[in-house]
Design a protein around this ligand. Structure first.
Ligand SMILES: C[S@@+](CC[C@H](N)C(=O)[O-])C[C@H]1O[C@@H](n2cnc3c(N)ncnc32)[C@H](O)[C@@H]1O
Length: 190
């Protein structure tokens, strides 16, 4: 699917998302986005933008090797990563043990679209443009007001970012969930 889809601002219904994801959605071995790593300096800047500190509840959707979750836990955050690939979950758990943060950095194998986000204060993403579009409604519905969403590289077609930033090749987007259900807080209120 082409990233130019981001130009289409239509909010997708759950049925449209299910149709676009296809019959193997959520099954092990079926990736909505391929594995790629966020560079360490970009990870730290994502956490800075989202004001991640001691006690912040963070979820990384598609956590890969767990680097964002572990970096957040090193700051004292209570961080959780979800990945469809059990090998990444095992590696992330082992790395969290090695870093001495396993009590605050937890991981689970599963489909990010089935994750419960209601307790999250920060959600981090490094996926694809069309996957962000699929997630947009879920994030709007489930996140509490004031929650921050930070995406590496890809925007949200219907959300106005509170901040964008360029770090080398990486573009970062920050959104802050508005006070009203389904609203995104405009940039000039942050
Ligand atoms: C680009 S990597 C990002 C890894 C890490 N968050 C980072 O920024 O370094 C995307 C990850 O999403 C995972 N993934 C793809 N589809 C998924 C799904 N439906 N549910 C959970 N994880 C998924 C892949 O296995 C991969 O590890």
């Amino acid at each position: 699917m082409d990233e130019a889809e981001d130009a289409n601002p239509a909010v997708l219904s759950p049925a449209q998302i299910a149709a676009e994801r296809g019959p193997f959605a959520g099954m092990q071995g079926h990736l909505d986005a391929p594995y790629r790593e966020t560079p360490p300096a970009v990870v730290e800047r994502m956490l800075d933008l989202a004001q991640v500190g001691a006690g912040t509840r963070l979820i990384d959707l598609g956590c890969g090797d767990g680097r964002i979750v572990i970096a957040a836990a090193r700051r004292g955050a209570v961080a959780h990563g979800i990945d469809i690939d059990p090998a990444w979950v095992a590696e992330a758990q082992s790395s969290a043990q090695g870093a001495g943060v396993a009590a605050r950095a937890t991981f689970a194998q599963g489909d990010m679209f089935a994750a419960a986000l209601g307790e999250a204060e920060v959600v981090t993403l490094f996926l694809l443009g069309h996957v962000n579009r699929w997630l947009e409604g879920k994030l709007q519905r489930e996140l509490p007001p004031g929650a921050r969403v930070v995406s590496h590289q890809y925007g949200m077609p219907n959300w106005q970012p509170a901040a964008t930033e360029q770090i080398g090749q990486a573009t970062l987007y920050l959104w802050i969930k508005g006070d009203e259900p389904g609203s995104a807080r405009p940039a000039d209120r942050n």
